[in-house]
Design a protein around this ligand. Structure first.
Ligand SMILES: [Zn+2]
Length: 475
C-alpha cells in the first residue's frame, strides 16, 4: 500500500514535470533542436575585411549546451551573435579565424585573400539576424561589420541529407552530447588500409589529453569520438619537401609560409564530413612523422601523429583551439608581424601586457609576496635558447625528422631543469616574454605546455581558462 501510493506520487510528479518542461523550456521555445550552419567567405587585406555569404546548411541534432547559449567568456578576436526579432541575442560564441591570423602577416599588407569560414548554431524557430563583430583595440566588440537577416524556414536553407563519408568510433563517451563537451578527432592523410593505425594514433593522443588537467579531473564531462575518412594518399601536402598528396581534408604544412604550421583552407568540405558526428570541437590528426600542427580558437586544431612529441602537440594545439590560450613562447619563428597590437591588453586569458599589475587578470592566483613582474633568469635562458633556435632553423632546411626529434630531446634536457630551478618555478606570477614578444608581454608561469615542450601540464592560469570553456559546453 505504501509502495503503491509512493509510486502514484512519482507518476504524478513525473507527469507534472514533463508538461511544465514543454511549456517552460526556453531552448525548445526558440530552437528546433537541430544545427544550422552559416557558410561564408571572410575576405580582405590588412585594415579592410568583408563577409560574403555562401549558404545555410542544415546539420544534425544540436550537440551544444541548451542552457549556456550566450557566451560570456570574452574569448576570441571575433564574436558571432544570433539575435531574435526583438534584437535580443539568443546565441553567441567568440572565435578566431584563419583570416584573423593571416591579416597580421606581411602578405596581408600587399594583397587580398579570401578564406572559407562557418558558424554553427541551434536552428531557430523563426527569422533571426546573424552578426559578426571584431574586437577593438580597447578590448570591446565594436558594432558588427556584418549582419544579415535570415529565415530558417526559407528555401535558401540546404536541407539535403548529410553525406555519410566516414566511420565514427567512440573513444570516450560519458553522456548525451547536449550535456558534454564533445571533441571529434578527424583522420587526415590515412588511406583505407591505414584505418587501424588511425584508431591507435587517436587513442594514444586522446589518452594524453585525458591525462592532463583539467581534462583529467573533468573527464566525466567530455565525450571524445574519432571519425575515419579515408584519404586517397598517405600523408599530407608538404610544399617544402615537394609532397603534393591528395587527402580527405586538404591539410598542408607551410601555412603562411611557416614550415611547421599545418592548416587546411577547405573548411566547407571539412564541415560537411564532420557533420555526421556530434561535435563542439574538432582536431585533425594527420598521418606522418614530421613535426607540425596548429590550433585556432573555436575553429579546429591539427596535430602530427608520429612525431616523438605528438602528445605534447595534441594537448598544446587544443589549448589554442578549445581553451582560447595564447602561445606563451616568444622565440620560435612565426609569420605574424604584430599578433598583439602594441599598447593593447591581449584578450587571451594567459598573456598580459601588465600595464596595471594591481589589476592583473589572474591576480587571485598570485600568492602574496610574489613580485609583479616576476623576476626570472631570462638572459641565460634566451642565450641558451638562441643557440637551439639556430640549430632548429638549420635542421628545418633538411628532411631529417629523427635529427629534429633528437634536438627536441636535447632542448628539453637543458631547459626543463633550468626553468625548474627558477626561484618562482611552479608559482603564478607575470614572467616577461610571451606570445611571440620577448619584451612587453608576460606569461603566468616559468613553464607551461603553452611555453615549452617540457611539462606535461598546463600552468594554473591555463588550466582554469580551459575549465571555463568546458563550463560552456558541459551543462
Ligand atoms: Zn600557461
Amino acid at each position: 500500500m505504501k509502495l503503491l501510493s509512493a509510486l502514484c506520487v512519482l507518476v504524478l510528479a513525473a507527469a507534472g514535470c514533463a508538461s511544465a518542461a514543454v511549456v517552460a523550456d526556453p531552448f525548445d521555445a526558440r530552437f528546433t533542436g537541430r544545427t544550422l550552419r552559416f557558410d561564408y567567405h571572410h575576405a580582405g587585406r590588412q585594415g579592410e575585411e568583408h563577409v560574403a555569404p555562401a549558404g545555410l546548411r542544415l546539420e544534425g541534432e544540436w550537440p551544444g549546451s541548451r542552457t549556456a547559449l550566450v557566451d560570456r567568456s570574452n574569448l576570441g578576436k571575433y564574436l558571432f551573435e544570433v539575435a531574435d526579432e526583438s534584437g535580443a541575442v539568443v546565441y553567441s560564441r567568440g572565435f578566431c579565424s584563419i583570416f584573423g591570423e593571416w591579416e597580421t602577416t606581411g602578405e596581408a599588407k600587399e594583397q587580398w585573400r579570401a578564406f572559407e569560414e562557418s558558424q554553427r548554431f541551434p536552428e531557430p524557430r523563426g527569422p533571426v539576424e546573424l552578426r559578426l563583430s571584431k574586437r577593438a583595440a580597447d578590448g570591446s566588440f565594436a558594432a558588427p561589420f556584418f549582419s544579415q537577416r535570415i529565415d530558417p524556414a526559407s528555401r535558401f536553407v540546404d536541407r539535403a541529407p548529410l553525406r555519410s563519408g566516414g566511420r565514427v568510433l567512440p573513444l570516450h563517451e560519458t553522456g548525451p552530447a547536449a550535456q558534454r563537451l564533445d571533441l571529434l578527432v578527424l583522420a587526415e592523410g590515412y588511406t583505407q588500409a591505414e584505418e587501424l593505425k588511425f584508431q591507435a594514433d587517436a587513442k594514444r593522443l586522446v589518452k594524453a589529453l585525458l591525462d592532463t588537467a583539467p581534462f583529467s579531473t573533468r573527464s566525466s564531462e567530455l565525450n571524445v569520438r574519432a571519425l575515419f575518412v579515408p584519404s586517397p594518399q598517405s600523408g599530407i601536402r608538404d610544399p617544402r619537401r615537394e609532397v603534393w598528396n591528395e587527402t580527405a581534408f586538404g591539410a598542408s604544412f607551410n601555412a603562411f609560409d611557416s614550415d611547421r604550421y599545418v592548416l587546411t583552407y577547405r573548411d566547407r568540405e571539412l564541415r560537411e564530413l564532420a557533420a555526421c558526428a556530434p561535435y563542439d570541437f574538432l582536431v585533425i590528426v594527420f598521418n606522418g612523422r614530421k613535426y607540425g600542427g596548429g590550433g585556432i580558437y573555436n575553429l579546429w586544431a591539427t596535430c602530427a601523429s608520429d612525431t616523438s612529441v605528438a602528445e605534447y602537440v595534441f594537448v598544446h594545439e587544443l589549448g589554442h583551439s578549445l581553451g582560447g590560450l595564447a602561445d606563451e613562447y616568444y622565440s620560435s619563428q612565426v609569420s605574424y608581424e604584430e599578433f598583439t597590437p602594441p599598447g593593447t591588453e591581449p584578450w587571451e586569458p594567459n598573456v598580459t601586457a601588465l600595464r596595471e599589475p594591481w589589476n592583473l587578470k589572474w591576480r587571485d592566483l598570485v600568492e602574496p609576496g610574489t613580485p609583479l613582474p616576476t623576476p626570472w633568469e631570462k638572459g641565460p635562458y634566451d642565450q641558451l635558447d638562441q643557440g637551439f633556435q639556430a640549430r632548429r632553423a638549420e635542421l628545418a632546411k633538411g628532411r631529417d625528422d629523427a635529427a629534429n626529434e633528437a634536438l627536441f630531446a636535447e632542448i628539453k634536457a637543458a631547459t626543463g631543469p633550468m626553468l625548474g630551478r627558477e626561484r618562482f618555478a611552479g608559482k603564478v606570477g607575470a614572467f616577461e616574454g610571451a606570445a611571440y614578444e620577448s619584451r612587453g608581454l608576460y606569461r603566468p608561469a616559468t613553464d607551461c605546455i603553452m611555453f615549452t615542450r617540457n611539462p606535461t601540464s598546463f600552468c594554473a592560469v591555463c588550466e582554469r581558462a580551459v575549465g571555463r570553456v568546458i563550463d560552456l559546453y558541459a551543462r
